[in-house]
Design a binder for this molecule. Structure first.
Ligand code: FAD
Length: 375
């Protein structure tokens, strides 16, 4: 992780490659390929990429580490693998810092580095796989903390206009596992960096029951919370290296109080969590377990025996196979409880092998000075 004082280096010339396999670039290992693919290593390359894609009438699909996607057979247009690096200290007071972190930085490395430097707030989100740029997309959350609490702004390239923009926290409309990047403005922005405000005062968040239990009797520090979260996650979640998975495969459903009341009548032990708004959150893991899915396989996938919410790809070759097994699981939960589970990972691409316009085999994209001028 490179800490910068200010400024940024100029990127290299980008050469998109045609027909690149993405099978190694995402956690589920499904057969998939990009019509065009390139690796972005510096912000200054983003606008020239946009000009290239625009002139070839192609869409741009950003990809981080692939830990929260289901990739279909073909991703049309240009897949931009975001790997820019660097952390810049934007400002500092006696009690806080504001950092700008490049989208391609590794999330867990950032959490570790911040705690080591005495910048607190992200500890509960330790060991979540993925890149910093993807963190705002679904407003990553774990152990009682959502990342939006610490985001001041998200710096993007607007793929509709080619303009760089700074979206402040309010403009991102963060919600439970959701933001404008995942729903309302899905596909519109390429996130280049994220600005975080972190505290120099070590006041960990330990309200979440499993954390309270793990830290009983100790006056915990941020480092203790980080270590406890890492230990809990290692114990509870299947390792994606051994059992390909994308973490929680379904969101916890949110239902109206009326629906929640009728469910509790029929299922008195059903866990329910009234939210701050009018919705009541249900446990997707509990629903799946009650339908017998924990540890059960179908069509090459299995709902993990370790955690009922984690779908493990055992042998599904492509997204078609995986999604048809998923539909069977969703239908069985719906038939039992009348609640339709919604997937958490993003399904990207198309199952058709049909392609859009075909530029020459390899296109060359020059680095720009950030104002759209080709360098
Ligand atoms: C074992 C395991 C545990 C997990 N635990 C949690 C958890 O506790 N909490 C949680 O919230 N998530 C969890 N996840 C999900 C996942 O780690 C996060 O969603 C993570 O932020 C995804 O990062 P990524 O770089 O892999 O994104 P990808 O999977 O590459 O992309 C995810 C989405 O973000 C978009 N995207 C990625 N980068 C950019 C960018 N720079 N600009 C614009 N769009 C972009 C992609 O187009 C895609 O739509 C877990 C996953 C695994 C495998």
């Amino acid at each position: 992780m490179i800490w910068r004082v200010s400024g940024h280096c100029q990127g290299r010339i980008l050469i998109p490659e045609a027909d690149v396999s993405l099978t190694e670039h995402h956690y589920l290992g499904l057969q998939s390929s990009a019509q065009y693919y390139c690796v972005l290593t510096d912000d200054s390359q983003a606008q020239s990429l946009w000009h290239w894609a625009n002139s070839h009438h192609m869409s741009i699909t950003p990809l981080g580490s692939g830990s929260n996607v289901v990739l279909q057979a073909r991703l049309p247009g240009l897949v931009v693998h975001v790997k820019n690096r660097g952390v810049t200290l934007l400002s500092e007071t006696a009690t806080s810092v504001e950092l700008r972190v490049a989208a391609g930085e590794n999330w867990h490395e950032l959490v570790m580095t911040c705690v080591t430097k005495g910048y607190f707030g992200l500890e509960n989100l330790a060991l979540i796989p993925g890149t910093v740029g993807a963190a705002p997309v679904q407003n990553i959350g774990a152990y009682g903390v959502e990342v939006c609490r610490h985001i001041t702004a998200v710096n993007v390239l607007d793929l509709a206009s080619g303009a760089p923009l700074r979206l402040d926290n309010g403009a991102c409309d963060f919600r439970y596992r959701d933001s404008i990047f995942k729903s309302r403005e899905r596909g519109r922005y390429l996130i280049l960096s994220v600005d975080f405000v972190l505290s120099k005062i070590d006041q960990p968040q330990v309200e979440y029951p499993p954390l309270v239990e793990a830290l009983t009797g100790r006056s915990a520090t941020g480092r203790d919370v980080l270590n406890a979260v890492v230990a809990l996650r290692r114990e509870k979640l299947p390792d994606p290296e051994q059992q390909p998975n994308v973490g929680s495969f379904f969101k916890n459903p949110q239902v109206s109080p009326d629906v929640a009341a009728s469910l509790i009548q029929a299922w008195p032990y059903m866990p329910q969590f009234p939210g701050a708004d009018t919705w009541v959150k249900l446990s997707a893991a509990w629903l799946l377990e009650h339908c017998g899915w924990r540890g059960r396989s179908i069509g090459g996938v299995m709902m993990s025996a370790q955690h009922a919410l984690v779908l493990v790809n055992q042998s599904a070759i492509d997204a078609n196979a995986l999604l048809s097994a998923v539909e069977t699981i969703v239908a069985s939960v719906e038939a039992t409880f009348g609640v339709r589970l919604v997937m958490e990972p993003d399904v990207l691409g198309t199952s058709e092998a049909t392609m859009g316009s075909q530029p020459s085999e390899r296109g060359t994209i020059m680095a720009t000075d950030g104002n759209g001028t080709v360098g």
